[in-house]
Design a protein around this ligand. Structure first.
Ligand SMILES: [Zn+2]
Length: 257
């Protein structure tokens, strides 16, 4: 009997198996996981955030003093601007708002990575500069997709899975009108700064707030007064920050800039 004839069933099986094998290998690559995570974020954003209210932009490149920076996702709405950074990670995540490095643990293996809040800070600042908007209306949001679990307490804006949507929707006080939102979208799409965007009023307001931290501010989430508070515990005790007067019902807070 011919050896080839004997092996024929094996070849037939391989022909059927090979595409599956290739698919499995592709699915296991970091490239695919990254792509899938981004797809998840985009799909849920499209389904859950009304496109008329939250204007979406993906992969926005901005100029910075030392080159350029790329933002994965930006949502521009009357309620503020949300800069989303996605982290495709699994395992356990340990980290704190002020720590430079966070840790990912998979079984017994630990990996260090840059605090994503710091990473996104650059994006937020570049956007603020380009759009000439006050810092309290630009919000940094981190979304861990890929099944990672937090093992330390995280600030509200560090989210798991698709809960970044809930965080974005928690801001309900209009701070921009539709014309302003459209103008900002146009600026980001063209990458060019529009001089008509900054009104004299806004500019003055911004300077005032920078110089005088006691200037009136409203909570971007619930509209109650924002008050300067002093941290009582932790390694930043004694530091001042903006906190919502409706605390503990509303836990919104911001750094003094
Ligand atoms: Zn509030």
């Amino acid at each position: 009997m011919n050896i080839l004839v004997m092996l024929q069933p094996l070849f037939d099986m391989l022909k059927w198996l090979l595409p599956w094998l290739v698919l499995v290998i592709i699915i296991k690559t970091p490239w695919f996981k990254g792509w899938f995570g981004e797809l998840l974020v985009r799909t849920f954003a499209r389904l859950k955030l009304d496109g008329q209210v939250y204007r979406r932009l993906h992969n926005v490149t901005l100029d910075t003093p030392d080159g350029t920076t790329q933002i994965d996702h930006v949502f521009l709405s009357p309620f503020g601007i949300f800069v989303l950074e996605t982290k495709n990670m699994r395992g356990w995540i340990f980290g704190g708002e002020r720590q430079a490095q966070w840790t990912q643990q998979i079984f017994r293996h630990r990996f260090r990575f840059q605090n994503p809040l710091r990473q996104n800070y650059k994006h937020v600042k570049a956007l603020e500069a380009l759009l000439s908007v006050p810092p309290e209306h630009v919000h940094s949001v981190i979304a861990f997709v890929g099944g990672a679990r937090f093992k330390t307490a995280m600030p509200d804006n560090v989210t798991q899975g698709v809960s970044f949507i809930r965080y974005i929707k928690s801001f309900r006080q209009p701070v921009f009108n539709e014309a302003q939102v459209s103008a900002m979208v146009k600026v980001l799409e063209s990458g060019k700064r529009d001089s008509t965007l900054t009104t004299h009023y806004e500019h003055v307001q911004r300077l005032k707030q920078r110089d005088d931290p006691s200037a009136e501010r409203r909570c971007p989430r619930c509209g109650s007064a924002f008050k300067i508070r002093i941290r009582k515990t932790g390694n930043r005790a004694g530091e001042r920050f903006w906190g919502c007067s409706a605390y503990p019902k509303c836990r919104a807070k911001q750094d003094l800039d």
